[in-house]
Design a protein around this ligand. Sequence first.
Ligand code: PLP
Length: 452
Amino acid sequence: LEVIASVEPRVAEATRAELRDQRSSLKLIASENYASPAVLMTMGTWFSDKYAEGTVGHRFYAGCQNVDTVESLAAEHARELFGAPYAYAQPHSGIDANLVAFWSILAHRVESPALERYAAKNVNELSDEDWETLRKDLGNQRMLGMSLDSGGHLTHGFRPNISGKMFNQRSYGTDPETGLLDYDKVRAAAKEFKPLVLIAGYSAYPRRVNFAKMREIADEVGATLMVDMAHFAGLVAGKVFTGEENPVPYAHITTTTTHKSLRGPRGGLVLATEEYADSVDRGCPMVLGGPLSHVMAAKAVALAEARQPAFQTYAQNIADNAKSLAEGFMSRGAKLVTDGTDNHIVLLDVSAFGLTGRQAESALLDAGVVTNRNSVPADPNGAWYTSGIRFGTPALTTRGFGHDEFDKVAELVVGVLSGTTPGSTKAGTPSKASYVLADGVADRTKAASAEM
Ligand code: PLP
């Protein structure tokens, strides 16, 4: 920090403040974690300065031998850890990994003479007319993914996202009563819509998915099954999700982030069957430019950590702790979407406290509990204000929290929400954003969490 401060002290101070905040608050955002010092330090090296467009042993720049080493190690660890025939470590983020997967599926599946020439790498021989045909052929394909308000991700076909524009998209939801995935409804939607791509995976669904069933549905309609395991990759790596709950043997292509439950650097990863390996390997130039070599090195370190037996204990603790948190909420009368959890996510419906998700999120933050608001199925408050708060256990599990601590977290959260009332605007009209916290609640909560 002294080195940074000598150039821009405000960045050094913000960095110090971020460390203080992350240490002193209860980090319950389901997509966050604490990466190890080895992972953090690997990101801060001179690999950051190296360009390496291309693939291992086939670069557009000279002098990439050391990048080849770390990229190969990241891919090797990923293949071994997840039992995947092929792994691609270049995507800079989860969204990039999904874009690589989409274009790989299009390149592999869409029948187009122009595409065949593209695939044969005779790019220079493509005429303007070819490119136009290619755009039409690729631009009208169908995707079926989980809707955002049921827990899916923006990149699973949400209209304002590029995925909803690249593809002719439809979504499947969860049952509005139970909040659970209904495979018969997914099958019916797939049979009617006949998607080229069926996406499974989620950002805010507190239950496990049966990927064997999703593959069956994909096969019935000739779709490619893509699974985005960004959220639960750590539970797959740690062998908490096995058999039909492990997507890798069932999906044609599996994507993930490396920074959530997997506890690595911010980044993405694509796993694929042999059939899709070649097209994924062309992530650059299809979608990507130069990979972040320092982050690929850190992915190799994080994946090596995840291959150690201790990671399996960590992953099991994530799931056990989510159950403790859910039981802690329910025993205090709070209402959860799906009435529980069997992964790392707990989705609390805060409408019973008379609050919107936005009010609850802000009140909790004042009390040092960091979460994010989230829609619940058929949410009357929409995607901005919402009626839910999403909690995740990966970060506090890294800090060593167990059953008793998560029960205490539930007590503190219920205490804050019970001590919060909706507020109004300056003009006196009710507001979905403002709130009033009872005296002393924030300080008492902070003091209690400091002791944990
Ligand atoms: N996929 C899922 C399921 C996610 O939850 C997220 C992030 O929240 C992403 C993809 C995108 O990851 P990133 O933020 O690294 O682009």
